[in-house]
Design a protein around this ligand. Structure first.
Ligand code: PTJ
Length: 254
């Protein structure tokens, strides 16, 4: 594919785009996934393309929920499979959690392509493909309603990324805890999730795996402190205020 100069200031970002375009050609990502990435990039600019304190706090609480869960499930869509296949499999093993393919633009060919990507990245079992998605989330009208019985349907904690607000809302209504990774703190997903990680999945998934390992070593008192002090509205407020302050500062620096 096109040569990206080694010293190009936006080289990393361009390479990520190339990865998504290639994944689209392999039926993993949908064209709409490229648009979603573009929106994400914009918000990543606003937070300075780093995992900020508000995201770190959310990641820690999310790690705790995942480790303490009875049946944690990581929901994988096209963009996740294209951007962080190995990292998401490593995270699932560290917890341990199940991996389930669940697509907005559902199509069995894509489901199989995504499951293949995950298996090649080291996954032993991938739920949600074809007949395995035998259960229905009644509250949902998109194709995301079809889920695996032993996966999302019976999960108590679900990790979602690059999501539409409807499913997050439906899952929380079913009594599940939803951890969302979404660069846009204003999205409906961000507002409706139990825990919102305002960060790029490329940074957030490896950071979450590290926190899972840390949380497992924590004493019960430390865990209780995190649980008692976490408030997702505060986290979202911090993200929004951070962006606003940063823009203020940048305007003064001109
Ligand atoms: O693979 P499918 O069929 O399930 O389709 C996946 C897409 C992403 C096309 C579908 O879920 C969709 O249309 O999503 P939205 O409604 O565009 O929402 C995507 C959200 O993810 C937006 O709020 C973006 O800001 C955010 N986002 C985009 N790229 C990243 C991101 N968040 C974290 N990391 C990213 N790299």
């Amino acid at each position: 594919r096109g040569i990206v100069p080694e010293n190009h200031p936006r080289r990393d970002s361009i390479l990520v785009r190339e990865r998504l375009v290639e994944a689209m050609e392999e039926d993993v990502v949908v064209p709409q996934g490229l648009i979603a990435q573009g929106r994400g990039e914009c918000f990543d600019y606003l937070i300075g393309e780093q995992t900020r304190d508000f995201a770190k706090k959310a990641i820690r609480y999310a790690a705790l929920l995942l480790v303490k869960a009875r049946n944690p499930v990581i929901s994988v869509n096209g963009n996740v499979a294209a951007l962080v296949p190995r990292e998401v499999v490593e995270l699932s093993k560290a917890i341990p959690a199940k991996l389930e393919v669940n697509l907005f633009y559902r199509d069995e060919k894509r489901e199989r392509a995504i499951a293949k990507v995950l298996r090649e990245a080291g996954a032993q079992e991938v739920l949600g493909v074809g007949e395995n998605a035998s259960e229905t989330i009644q509250e949902l009208f998109s194709e995301r309603r079809r889920v695996s019985k032993e996966g999302i349907f019976s999960a108590d904690v679900v990790l979602v990324a690059l999501e539409d607000g409807d499913r997050t809302e439906a899952l929380t209504k079913m009594g599940k805890k939803v951890i969302a990774i979404d660069l846009n703190p204003l999205s409906r997903t961000s507002m409706k999730a139990t825990v919102t990680i305002t960060d790029n999945i490329i940074r957030a998934i490896p950071a979450l795996k590290n926190e899972v390992i840390n949380v497992k070593k924590m004493r019960e008192e430390e865990i209780m402190e995190i649980v008692q002090n976490y408030d997702n509205k505060d986290t979202l407020r911090e993200a929004m205020k951070y962006i606003s302050r940063r823009l203020d500062q940048l305007s003064l620096d001109l």
